[in-house]
Design a protein. Structure first.
Length: 71
């Protein structure tokens, strides 16, 4: 399992599909959307199907073998 952290750096949120792309866990935003549609991404322990789900400080995203904490 790979533990990652993502700092919002002055922003109040990042969209779920953008997070996966920015962290290079997927190649494109379209690929991120497919994984999300296929219910392969969890946010705070629950399957998340909203591609543009706003992630904020304290949220935890699980995708594949990665766990990402939003700081």
């Amino acid at each position: 399992m790979k533990n990652l952290e993502f700092t919002l750096d002055g922003q109040d949120h990042i969209q779920l599909n953008n997070l996966l792309k920015v962290l290079h866990l997927v190649g494109t935003g379209g690929e991120a959307n497919i994984w999300i549609d296929n219910e392969e991404v969890r946010v705070n322990g629950a399957v998340e199907t909203q591609k543009r789900k706003k992630l904020r400080v304290g949220d935890k995203v699980e995708f594949g073998k990665a766990t990402i904490m939003i700081l």
